[in-house]
Design a protein around this ligand. Structure first.
Ligand code: FAD
Ligand code: SF4
Ligand code: SF4
Ligand code: SF4
Ligand code: SF4
Length: 417
C-alpha cells in the first residue's frame, strides 16, 4: 500500500502509453486507472495541436483516448483551472482529474477559495516544472539561435539545463542560461517562479532525482495526499503501474536541483523587480507601459483570480468607456483586486496584444504584499485579505445602502471593530 509522504520511481507497462510518454508514462497510466475504475468522470490534460508549439487542452472520458495526452509540451503555456470553472461547472458535480504545473495548481486553490471550483471533486497530478517557453519565442529562438527551421522540429525537451530539439537531420541542445542571456528561453514569469515541485497537488511527478538504470524511463513520484496515495495503490494493484523505492542518492540530487532552481528564481526576481525601480519611479514606469492598453479585457478573461460576473473595470463611472488611452483606473482596479493573490502564471502577459508586461507588474506588487501581510497565494485555502469582503453581498449592500463600507469588512479580520 502506498502512503502519503512516500518517494517512488514509477513507470507503466502499457506499451502504447510508454511509447508516447515523457518519462515512463506513470502520469498517463494513473489517469487510465482513474478513468477505468470510475474514480474520475473525466481527465483534463494537454495534447499536441497542429504542431509542438500548439499545446491544447483536451477532455478525455474514454481511457482509450489517453495515450495522445502523454508527453510534456514545454511550449504549452496554457492554464487549466479557469477552464474547469468556465466549461466544467467548476467540478460541482463531476469528478475531474487534471495534470497540473505549479501555476495550474495555484490557480485551482485561488478559484476554490472564491467558491468557483469544488476541490473535493478534483484530483491533481502535479508535474515538476522548470519553466515553459512562449510559442512565439520558441519559433524565433529555434530559427535564430539553433539555425533550424522551426517547422522541421518534431521534438523538444528541457534536460540537464539545456533546451534540446530534435529535427529532420539531427538534434541540438543549448543551455537555458545562454538562451536567456540572449533574450530567449523561458517566459519571464517562469524565470521568477518558485513553485517547482507542486506538493500541494495529490502527487508531484518529475524527472529530477531519477538516476541509475531508471533514468529517462521512470518518473519520480512524491505522494502528497491520501487521494494521491489511494490512486497509486489502486493503479499498482490493477497492474498498470510499477514502482520501486527512490534511490537515496536520487533524493539528494532532487533536493539539490530544487534548491538551485529556487535560487535562480530569486535571482530573476531581484533582476526583474530592481529594473522596475521603486516608489514613484516604479509607478511612472507602470503608467507609461500600460498606456498602450487597448482595453481588450484579455488579461481579465485569462486571469485565474478574475471571476466576477460584473467586472468593476466595465463600470463607466470607474473607467470611462470609448477612450484611448485607457484610464489608468482600469489597471489600478486590477492591481487592487488581484495583487494579494496573483500566482504569477503569466497568462495576462501572454495574451496581451499590446505586449504589456502585466504579470511582472502584478507579481512585483504581490511579493511586496506578501512581505507585509504574510499571505502566500495558491498553496492552501487560506483566504487573502480582500476575500473577507464577499463580492455579491458587498454589491447588494452597496446598492441598498449607497454606503461604501467595504473597508470595514476588509479590516474586521485584523481586529478593527
Ligand atoms: P506522461 O505519462 O508523459 O504524461 C504527461 C502529462 O503531462 C500528461 O497528462 C500531459 O497532458 C501533461 N502535460 C504535457 N504538457 C503539459 C503542459 N504544458 N501543461 C500541463 N500539462 C502538460 N520534471 C522535472 O523533474 N523537472 C522539470 O524541470 C520539469 N519541467 C517540466 C516542464 C513542463 C512544461 C512539463 C509539462 C513537465 C515538466 N516536468 C519536469 C515533468 C516531466 O516532464 C514529466 O511530465 C513527468 O516526469 C511525468 O512523466 P510521465 O512519463 O509520467 O508523464
Ligand atoms: Fe512552470 Fe512556474 Fe512557469 Fe507555471 S509559472 S509554467 S509552474 S515555471
Ligand atoms: Fe490592456 Fe493588454 Fe489587458 Fe488587453 S490584455 S486589456 S491590452 S493590458
Ligand atoms: Fe496570472 Fe496575471 Fe492573474 Fe497574476 S494577474 S494570476 S500573472 S493572469
Ligand atoms: Fe477581476 Fe476585479 Fe474585474 Fe473581478 S472586478 S473580474 S477581480 S478586475
Amino acid at each position: 500500500m502506498t502512503k502519503k509522504g512516500e518517494m517512488l520511481y514509477a513507470w507503466t507497462n502499457d506499451a502504447e502509453i510508454q511509447k508516447k510518454a515523457e518519462l515512463g508514462g506513470a502520469v498517463t497510466a494513473l489517469w487510465k486507472y482513474a478513468l477505468d475504475s470510475k474514480i474520475v468522470d473525466a481527465v483534463l490534460a494537454v495534447t499536441k495541436g497542429v504542431d509542438l508549439y500548439d499545446a491544447k487542452p483536451v477532455i478525455i472520458t474514454d481511457s482509450k483516448d489517453l495515450a495522445r495526452t502523454a508527453g510534456s509540451l514545454h511550449c504549452g503555456t496554457l492554464l487549466l483551472p479557469k477552464l474547469v470553472k468556465k466549461y466544467l461547472d467548476g467540478a460541482q458535480d463531476k469528478k475531474i482529474g487534471v495534470t497540473v504545473k505549479g501555476c495550474d495548481m495555484m490557480g485551482f486553490y485561488e478559484l476554490a477559495k472564491r467558491k468557483q471550483i469544488n476541490l473535493d471533486n478534483i484530483i491533481m497530478i502535479g508535474v515538476n516544472c522548470g519553466g515553459s517557453v512562449s510559442p512565439v519565442i520558441a519559433r524565433k529562438m529555434i530559427a535564430e539561435k539553433y539555425g533550424v527551421d522551426p517547422e522541421k522540429v518534431h521534438k523538444e525537451e528541457i534536460d540537464k539545463g539545456q533546451f534540446i530539439i530534435e529535427y529532420e537531420g539531427g538534434h541540438k541542445g543549448i543551455s537555458v542560461d545562454e538562451l536567456e542571456e540572449a533574450g530567449y528561453g523561458r517566459r519571464s514569469n517562469c524565470r521568477r517562479c518558485k513553485l517547482k515541485i507542486p506538493r500541494q497537488a495529490d502527487l508531484a511527478c518529475g524527472n529530477w532525482g531519477v538516476i541509475g538504470d531508471k533514468a529517462g524511463k521512470a518518473t519520480f513520484v512524491e505522494v502528497c495526499s491520501e487521494k494521491g496515495a489511494n490512486l497509486m495503490t489502486g493503479a499498482i494493484k490493477q497492474g498498470i503501474l510499477e514502482t520501486a523505492p527512490a534511490n537515496p542518492k536520487g533524493l539528494e540530487i532532487r533536493a539539490k536541483v530544487e534548491g538551485a532552481m529556487l535560487k535562480l528564481g530569486d535571482k530573476w526576481r531581484k533582476h526583474d523587480f530592481e529594473a522596475l525601480g521603486e516608489g514613484k519611479d516604479r509607478l511612472k514606469k507602470i503608467m507609461a507601459e500600460t498606456a498602450r492598453c487597448i482595453k481588450c479585457y484579455g488579461c481579465i478573461d485569462v486571469c485565474p483570480i478574475c471571476y466576477c460576473v460584473e467586472c468593476t473595470t466595465k463600470n463607466p463611472s470607474m473607467v470611462p468607456p470609448g477612450e484611448l488611452p485607457v484610464s489608468f483606473m482600469f489597471h489600478l482596479i486590477r492591481y487592487a483586486h488581484i495583487a494579494d493573490s496573483c500566482v504569477n502564471c503569466g497568462q495576462c502577459e501572454e495574451v496581451c496584444p499590446a505586449e504589456i508586461p502585466n504579470a511582472l507588474f502584478m507579481h512585483a506588487q504581490q511579493v511586496e504584499l506578501e512581505k507585509m501581510f504574510g499571505h502566500v497565494p495558491g498553496v492552501n485555502m487560506e483566504l487573502p485579505l480582500l476575500a473577507f469582503a464577499e463580492e455579491r453581498t458587498e454589491r447588494d449592500r452597496l446598492h441598498n445602502t449607497g454606503s461604501d463600507m467595504i473597508f470595514e469588512n476588509v479590516f474586521k479580520p485584523l481586529g478593527k471593530k
